[in-house]
Design a protein around this ligand. Structure first.
Ligand SMILES: Nc1ncnc2c1ncn2[C@@H]1O[C@H](COP(=O)(O)OP(=O)(O)O)[C@@H](O)[C@H]1O
Ligand SMILES: [Mg+2]
Length: 403
């Protein structure tokens, strides 16, 4: 369509009776899911009712164009400094729940670029841009297009990428992104122990999983890909998802969305550029996340947060200790140790509290931007931190030597 102001726009309009049809279909599907779950044990592990519950949620989101408009704006904001990744401008005044008006994208569908061989398009460059922009969504922004197939991506004349169709987006929080990056590194290194430990840390595997069988299955899986370059995930992600199903593992929904999107994007990348090294493109993103996770300032910040959670315990502790000692002295508590020992323990406790306070205090100082800096860290805080850490280690060591 064309606005009064002359701009060309694309208008997405929802069909009039689509909601009714969806509701009917959903209730039929739910009925079947519940019954088969009840009567057929071989379906149980698929957990069909839960799957349908997720589907119910996501299809309703997709039918709500207000939601899609917000998604477009969010993604557009994430790519505002990259003029090679385009997200259409929206027109909220001409949009509502059932009508979505956005900038008309001048370009061709990626599926056509893949199929044809117009020299106007630089397939290698396009592949690189798509894969990188997807990694940014997954690992940096944690907000990603969940359906990035070549029909939902446009290419413009200067090889810029334009995403469309934002009904379904995935969200990954920072901790999950860091876990995921670590997982991918183990994955691309074919490090089975690392992979399993990471899956346990992520709560994906639990004590019910038979780790030994899983290990041997993973060995088989990687053996199947033996000799395949370590430069791509190529089918292995789908195989891993399938393997997880066999182990009755409940994968988080976002994990499945992410894996699906990633393998779609990798496939597209490979079809555009058979020599693309997806893993090499992944590494800088993973490294950035690892640096974030193990950054001392970040760790100090975490220490500060846990300090506030722990502060009331610390505050109550001295009076608790003196009360206990008082009661012991008053003979209210019958314990079979001499009071001499109690005061020794109290001393140790006080020492521990002082060290803890020093540790937290210097962590706080590290966060404040004062004094000279050494490797980006304030010297004052760093020195305090080191001293209290050493004292802490000493106290713990003495504890072990004494007992
Ligand atoms: N901003 C746009 N500019 C140009 N064409 C568009 C635009 N948005 C959608 N289209 C066209 O409309 C089709 C359907 O849009 P899409 O958002 O993918 O809907 P659906 O959710 O039904 O897949 C697209 O495949 C594309 O051809
Ligand atoms: Mg579409």
């Amino acid at each position: 369509a064309k606005l009064h102001t002359g701009e060309r726009v694309a208008v997405k309009v929802q069909k009039a009776n689509v909601e009714e049809i969806v509701e009917t279909d959903l209730s039929i599907m739910k009925f079947i899911a519940n019954e088969s779950d009840r009567f057929n044990t071989s379906f149980k592990h698929l957990n069909l009712p839960a799957v349908l519950h997720e589907f119910d949620k996501s299809i309703h989101k997709e039918m709500d164009f207000d939601n899609e408009l917000m998604n477009i704006r969010h993604l557009s904001d994430n790519f505002k400094y990259n003029d090679k990744i385009i997200v259409p401008t929206t027109y909220p005044d001409y949009s509502n729940e059932k009508v979505l008006t956005m900038e008309y994208v001048e370009g061709v569908k990626l599926s056509e670029v893949i199929a044809g061989d117009d020299p106007k398009y630089n397939k290698i460059l396009i592949a690189d841009r798509i894969v990188r922009s997807y990694f940014q969504q997954l690992f940096i922004d944690g907000f990603f297009h969940a359906d990035p197939h070549p029909g939902n991506i446009f290419v413009t004349d200067d090889n810029a990428i334009c995403y469309i169709d934002f009904g379904m987006m995935g969200v990954l929080d920072e901790e999950f992104r860091q876990d995921l990056a670590e997982l991918m590194i183990y994955f691309s290194d074919r490090n089975i122990d690392g992979l399993i430990n990471q899956l346990i840390r992520m709560d994906i595997l639990n004590e019910k999983t038979d780790i030994n069988i899983l290990k041997s299955d993973l060995n088989d899986l990687f053996a199947k890909y033996y000799g395949v370059e370590l430069s791509r995930f190529n089918g292995i992600i789908e195989d891993l998802l399938f393997l997880m199903q066999k182990f009755d593992v409940r994968l988080p929904n976002e994990f499945v969305l992410m894996a699906r999107g990633l393998s779609m994007v990798e496939n597209t990348g490979l079809r555009l550029d058979p020599d693309i090294d997806v893993v090499a493109l992944l590494k800088p993103f993973a490294r950035k996340l690892m640096v974030q996770r193990y950054n001392p300032l970040k760790m100090a910040n975490n220490a500060k947060n846990s300090f506030f959670a722990f502060e009331h315990v610390l505050r109550a502790l001295p009076s608790l200790i003196s009360k206990t000692i008082y009661k012991v002295e008053e003979g209210e508590v019958t314990v079979n140790i001499e009071v001499k020992h109690i005061s020794e323990i109290a001393n140790q406790l006080s020492l521990a509290i002082i060290i803890a306070a020093l540790l937290v205090g210097s962590s706080l100082v590290m966060l404040i931007d004062v004094g000279p800096r050494f490797y980006e860290m304030p010297v004052l805080g760093f020195v305090g931190f080191t001293i209290s850490l050493a004292l802490g280690v000493f106290t713990v060591l003495r504890y072990f030597i004494d007992f």
